[in-house]
Design a protein around this ligand. Structure first.
Ligand SMILES: O=P(O)(O)OC[C@H]1O[C@](O)(CO)[C@@H](O)[C@@H]1O
Length: 394
């Protein structure tokens, strides 16, 4: 197997170099963002000296050769397999997606997340996530839910889909890179498949929503799920979340419950919606799903059979965010004009991606738009000011 190039699943003639962190944006994530992220973790949780030492040790480790895991937690044997081709190499020269995943796995072990011990299951990003959920930005969104009541049909769906899309800009790791970024800057949809998405959303009996971040992203995701569930009694929604802390702000089951509770405790329109979500959860119309695959250094073409079956049974799967997008199409230097279909044709059903651009990879772009963006001198692929709504119909 060629570790340096990806082949598009279903089209062996289409290959592209895998993205590594030797330069550009990925390098800045490993070199600048990860150390800041570690500092925030140590700021947020009053870990004891031995854990602080282990977390700080990671800072130095990522500047040296890749070392094996030092814990033997359940998935360690799998990680040993995944790490085998990369051990001893520089973190910067192996696939970016893999290096980031390995970093988060090592960070969890360093914080004592896997236990046993008092720090077992303490989310190292918990204080940051909780602050986001309790903060004014989420508060303003809860207030705004009253106005949502005045919208119906396609207008309501449009508002919800756009909130779920742009809410993705608000991830906590991204805020490290762009302090003050609040989602109100110049923004543009580079690919807009809403016309294909809306009928799929309103006709689906079974919808899978593969979530991304907590706070300003998960909130509109839940409001969207509520609208779809209220619309027709036969509908079920399946919220896929991470089984463990991941990429700073990714949602886990507990985060869904906290968000529902924040709604319940909010102003009247929010509270009503939160109570309805509780009801949907207890009736099995809204379901929380999690799977170890979601924190593995793998892409969707490598998804295990049980998840593939789940996607195949859905009438529509919606993937949220940048990382899910990278895993959907493969983290490679595909020409941006590559058709979306060419790299997602393997998906066993209708699939939609709602993603703000926060890393280099992109497909499905019009050639003239690409020329225009490249000529602009902007860091348009990573600024978070651009987004795509892309749909592939099976
Ligand atoms: O929360 P999202 O939208 O998946 O974004 C996370 C993104 O942040 C990064 O860690 C750095 O930009 C990317 O690697 C990743 O794709």
């Amino acid at each position: 197997m060629d570790l340096e190039r990806l082949t598009a699943p279903g089209d062996p003639s289409l290959t592209a170099p895998v993205i590594t962190s030797t330069d550009g944006f990925p390098r800045s994530v490993l070199r600048d963002r990860h150390p800041e992220l570690l500092a925030r973790v140590l700021d947020g949780v009053p870990y004891p000296p031995e854990i602080r030492l282990a977390v700080n040790g990671l800072l130095h480790e990522i500047e040296g050769p890749i070392l094996p895991l030092s814990d033997t937690h359940g998935d360690a044997a799998l990680w040993a397999e995944w790490a085998a081709p990369y051990l001893g190499r520089s973190w910067y020269e192996v696939p970016f997606l893999w290096a980031e995943n390995y970093f988060y796995r090592k960070l969890l072990a360093a914080t004592g997340w896997f236990g046993p011990g008092p720090w077992q299951a303490v989310d190292p990003f918990g204080p940051q996530k909780d602050a986001e959920l309790a903060g004014d930005a989420v508060g303003a969104e809860l207030e705004a839910l009253a106005a949502l009541g005045e919208l119906a049909g396609e207008e309501r769906l449009d508002s919800l889909v756009l909130s779920a899309l742009w809410g993705n800009r608000a991830d906590l790791g991204f805020a490290l890179q762009r302090p003050g970024a609040d989602g109100r800057a110049r923004t543009a949809l580079l690919v807009d498949d809403r016309a294909a998405l809306f009928p799929l959303l309103t006709d689906a009996d079974r919808i899978v929503l593969i979530t991304d971040n907590v706070g300003r992203e998960l909130l509109p995701d839940l409001v969207l799920a509520d609208t779809l569930l209220v619309g027709r009694s036969g509908v079920t929604a399946w919220l896929h979340v991470k089984p463990s802390p991941y990429f700073t702000s990714d949602a886990m089951p507990i985060d869904v419950l906290k968000t529902v509770q924040r709604l319940v405790d909010g102003p009247p329109a929010a509270s009503e919606l939160g109570l309805r979500l509780r009801q949907f959860l207890s009736e099995g119309r809204l379901n929380i799903v999690t799977h170890p695959f979601y924190v593995a250094p793998l892409t969707y073409p490598q998804a295990p059979a049980d998840l593939v079956k789940h996607y195949a049974e859905a009438d529509l799967t919606v993937l949220k965010g940048d990382l899910n997008y990278r895993r959907l199409i493969g983290d490679a230097e595909w020409p941006a004009t590559t058709p979306f279909e060419a790299v997602t044709g393997y998906w066993p059903g209708h699939v939609a991606a709602l993603r703000t651009l926060k890393s280099d990879v992109l497909v499905g772009l019009d050639a003239s738009r690409l020329t225009e963006l490249d000529a602009s001198g902007e860091k348009w692929r990573t600024s978070g000011d651009y987004a795509v709504i892309q749909v592939r119909q099976a």
